[in-house]
Design a protein around this ligand. Sequence first.
Ligand code: ATP
Ligand code: MG
Length: 731
Amino acid sequence: MNVHLNDKQKQAVEHKKGALLIIAGAGTGKTAVITQRISHIVKSKWAKPDEILALTFTDKAANEMLERVDESLPLGFGDVWISTFHSFCDRILRQEGHHIGLDTNYTMMSSAEQYIFLRKHLFDFSLKKFRPYGNPTKFIDDLLKHFSRLQDEDVSPEEYLGYANSLSKKNDIAKEEFEDTLELATVYDEYTKLKIQNSKIDFGDLILLVIQLFREKPNVLERYAKKFKYILVDEFQDTNYTQSVLINILSGLDPKKDLDKIGNVNPNLTVVGDDDQAIYKFRGAAISNILQFKQYYPKAKEVVLTENYRSRQKILDSAYTLITHNNPFRLEVTEKIDKKLIAKNSFSTDDNVVNLITAQNEDAESEWIAKEILRLTGYEQEDIPQKAQKFNEKGQSIFVELQPERKYKLSDIAILVRANSHSESVIQNLRYFGIPYKIGGSRGLYFRDEIKILISFLRVLTDYKDEVSMYHLLSMAEWKLSPREFLEINRVAREDRVAVLEELEGVFGIKLGESTDFNISNLGEKIFSTEAREGIKNFLNILDKCIRMLKENSSVGEVLYFFVQESGYLKNLVEEKENLSEFKINNLSRYFNTIKEYEKNSPDSNIYEYVDYLNYCIEVGDSPLVDQMDLGEYDAVNILTVHGAKGLEFPVVFLINLVSDRFPSQNRKDTIPIPDALIKEALTGLDEREEHLQEERRLFYVGATRAKEKLYLTASNFYGNAKRKKKGVYF
Ligand code: ATP
Ligand code: MG
């Protein structure tokens, strides 16, 4: 990217020595400054590429930065360390972990794997209240969240135990608090040790262990502190306390022991951030790490950028109006800086830059969006598929009439949702109108249709009464059931009060796992055509074989592979001449790889445990990401969460479901909060409800400022079966 930098950006890029703080609103080129600065440092020979460390939050952001830096540096320059906090720490630990007795072949646990791990050892822990007799697994998820929050606040097991023991026991209430806290601290300690014994590490550990390494082995720290002549951090507002400790230690200021050095250290540390975009602040104040940075490095140069290169002025103004409701808890107020953005790009005049739409219900809202997308992408009315006419017949109330537009590509458009589950209705409507879409962010592999079929198959294998999965499985084209036959067999099973699979066994006169001498009943002959009979026989045969394979200890991967082969599923996918089929096949192979990985990590696991694990992953949204790069070229509407859209930009953005309890979302407190006394970041002192609303406003600000040319804010009066009209909070 060769942009002409403005004066302020230029100052930031060319700043040679000492700390640098860039505070600026969205789209002012903060990320651009970081990448340009890296190139500038290398080209000016202030440091070699591998003496520069740049930290970002997501793999996607790291990859993009890497690409941009690569573009601007001649080949053969070697590698800049551009990575996420986690992969940076992983790299350090694999190389240096042995210094603190760590098995450097440790395995990384995803949150679902942590769940499995904790569950497996549940009775090894000194749990009492948090492992109720009736439902021992009830608190697993809450405990894990609790531990992760402790890690983010750099609270060690010793510190937590110390705190617990310091609590008073003088009355019953105090005694209960003491007992609960002691139980939690003890289990935190046990869990931490158990992980180390089993060579397992979770995300929070990565950073804590590197901090421990640097604290215990000053010579190792010195090597890295010397090596990295320049450190740059993007999205600094979202670093948690532990991450900022790591940055500070590398910069020569460990908050545990070096605070007397304040004023004397002035490292080449650049941080860029926007307090209004802090969207991962669980308890701490949005401005706390930026303020702390100023306190630690009083000699830091400060640059404020106000020229926005992304959005039209109207978008910036409306986002700004909203965010000022967070005053006075914003740097603009506390630090007296000007964060009001000025649009730099002059676009053609257009009155419909920010559009507010209210529909009668969720379906009407989604339908309106789908239709608007067709219009924006240049479909004439007669091009809209026949079924789209339904829209007019319904006569739903839409309050805004828009002018004809210039044409956008589908991939220029993003629909941002507050939570993954809010995208269902939009997806249904996009499908209905034949509009291609791609789902980004944490909605990964397990949510793709081509993978859901396989998951249904595994679920049926472990529980043949799982009717939803069975339904899904039987609807596969491979079995050649007509919709009528499909409905009929489901009806008959319901009538007989048996599972569909049992009904099929009866109809075909077999018993899975025991005998497959097909002997079709009269009922079967009545329901199924010859074609469908063959299809179902094939289905039952495959199922029978898989059950036998499992009995003989075949792995989940082997069984599943047999299924995709024998059913013809794989072959049909390969032959499908659709532009997405290659992508689907890649996903399939990626899925098989995840199974392989799982089996490698849990050698004595069985299909029941695997399906359990899978169900948990799906529940907590912990799914391997579908590689966005694969979809980069694919012209489709983007659907992502607001969190997932951080740092990105799109010509057209729809922010949807803007009503209370959706966006802003309901305030969900942690079931097991960490005590205020252990939180090291500054707290706002606001009441919880207001604190939550402030965070939702920042999220909204992030969402709105993703838009370059057009922003749609949509809501409806009713959602689901609700009888009460929703309150639109934002308009
Ligand atoms: P966010 O707060 O959303 O992360 P940001 O401050 O990091 O935004 P960038 O993503 O770096 O902003 O830049 C926003 C857009 O403006 C990008 O498309 C970038 O290429 C462009 N841009 C930045 N600086 C300039 C410039 N001086 N001239 C032209 N375009 C620029
Ligand atoms: Mg950025």
